[in-house]
Design a protein around this ligand. Structure first.
Ligand code: C2O
Ligand code: CU
Ligand code: CU
Length: 467
């Protein structure tokens, strides 16, 4: 099958009736007219602080600015046209969105890589409201390290009545003293927990201040889009509640994180928080990341104006998303083992941009190369059936395990109590075994991998087939 046949053969699956595109552009806050909305991937430079030199060689969808927050509406068709302004290949993936397989943005699995000057139309109707994100799935390590990660908000059909909505994209950069990007990965990091950055940013800023209404109800949308860091977050000591986890309204309470028990937000995960701000003007409250040594304010929320006098009881119960319900009585169990590469071999690995060596594997088989011909799925699921996947970590490192196109719910862990909230990315701690339940309700080949990108690129990747 050549490239043209491939695209003709699969693009139709995501096609939608024209017209009525419900896209909001965060840049101007105005409803975009009929699609497509163009997203042009480009190289740019940016200053991460007044005291820092300008950093060249970043990648964004805007000049001299981070990738914008994209806003879609639940149940309304979107048409996003990716235009590749790089000399490198790319694709775009819509992390956590349940969409047609052909729109999923995974090179060779669902589409060909998009070359220099080429475009790809992504058409889908997001079925679920919530906080999602986007990133390339080709040359992933490089382009994400260069900054190409953004928040994708799918707004509820009805306005939820918050006084402020604050998307917070948490991401590290690895910069040298000269302010320029350091190598994106290291074999040492790839074989362990991943290579951490040294400049922790929120929306590409270090400890930014966000003005929010005094006495108001604020919705924070925190997204961990770094390639390696598991953020340990502490939320301010004001009335508040965790209202959504990985996009979906929580069903079981997630404990409010404190200095003693911070919230672990691992690469790929999102959390939505409702806060009731203090009544006085000019008060600053921080969302703090605890680090190995010390801590950093990831954002400072500053109250402005006269108190709106809101009450936590006015925080709405977010409407449930239309998720399928697994039938546990009939669910078949399949086990997947995450561990080292069995022979420690240096086989080519990673989809679209390989490192040339492997450390990791699923079911003792490292992801073998750029093309997927001849590479079988790690699991084959029957469309419409329920399954329990037993995710077994045989390694001493943590792995945020992510599945495309489907939502799953943790049932139990051998190490801790896990709230049974639907998700697309679960953090598998060292030597942990987690059972998750899902309904295989979306046909296609769905990428399944660790979201520590160095692990993904050195073997901890595969795909699940739903037929
Ligand atoms: Cu967030 Cu396969 O990706
Ligand atoms: Cu994804
Ligand atoms: Cu991993």
């Amino acid at each position: 099958m050549d490239r043209r046949q491939f695209l003709l053969g699969t693009a139709g699956a995501g096609a939608l009736a024209a017209g009525g595109y419900g896209l909001w552009r965060a840049a101007d806050g105005e409803r975009a007219g009929a699609g497509p909305v163009e997203l042009r991937v480009r190289e740019t430079s940016y200053r991460f602080g007044a005291d820092r030199p300008e950093t060249a060689g970043l990648v964004s969808l805007a000049d001299g600015a981070p990738p914008p927050v994209l806003r879609l509406k639940q149940g309304q068709p979107a048409h996003l046209r990716l235009v590749n302004g790089l000399t490198d290949y790319t694709t775009m993936h819509w992390h956590g969105i349940r969409l047609p397989n052909a729109m999923d943005g995974v090179p060779y699995l669902t589409q060909f890589p998009v070359g220099e000057g080429e475009a790809f139309d992504y058409l889908f109707t997001p079925p679920d409201a919530g906080t999602y994100w986007y990133h390339p799935h080709c040359m992933t390590m490089r382009q994400m390290a260069q900054g190409l990660t953004g928040i994708l908000v799918v707004e509820e059909a009805e306005d939820m009545g918050f006084d402020a909505d604050v998307p917070l994209n948490l991401k590290d950069f690895r910069l040298g003293d000269d302010g320029q990007l350091l190598p994106y990965f290291t074999p040492r990091g790839a074989a362990r927990g991943g290579t951490l950055g040294n400049v922790l940013t929120t929306n590409w800023q270090v400890s930014p201040v966000e003005d929010v209404p005094a006495g108001g109800l604020v919705r924070l949308r925190l997204a961990a889009t770094d390639t390696a860091r598991i953020y340990q977050l502490v939320l301010p000591d004001v009335p508040g509640r965790i209202i959504a986890w990985d996009g979906h309204p929580v069903r079981e309470e997630v404990p409010w994180p404190t200095a003693d028990a911070p919230l672990a937000l691992s690469p790929g995960q999102r959390v939505d928080v409702a806060l009731r701000m203090p009544d006085a003007d000019g008060i600053e409250l921080a969302v703090v990341a605890r680090l190995g040594f010390g801590q950093q304010d990831m954002v400072r929320l500053r109250t402005v104006g006269a108190s709106l006098g809101r009450d936590m009881r006015e925080v709405p119960v977010l409407p449930a998303n239309p998720l399928p319900v697994p039938d546990l009585a009939k669910a078949e169990m399949q086990e997947l083992v995450f561990g080292w590469t069995p022979d420690g071999s240096g086989a080519d690995n990673g989809l679209c941009g390989n490192f040339g060596y492997s450390f990791w594997s699923i079911d003792r088989t490292p992801w073998p190369g750029d093309a997927v011909e001849g590479v079988g799925p790690v699991a084959t699921l029957k469309l419409g059936r329920s399954y329990v996947l037993r995710l077994r970590n045989e390694s001493p490192n943590a792995h945020p395990i992510h599945l495309h196109g489907l939502v799953f719910t943790p049932l139990r862990s051998n190490r801790r109590t896990l709230p049974a909230n639907p998700t697309d990315t679960v953090l598998l701690q060292r030597n942990e075994v987690i059972d998750v339940a899902l309904v295989a309700d979306n046909p296609g080949d769905w990428a399944f991998h660790c979201h520590v990108i160095e692990h993904q690129k050195t073997g901890l990747a595969g795909y699940v087939r739903v037929v």
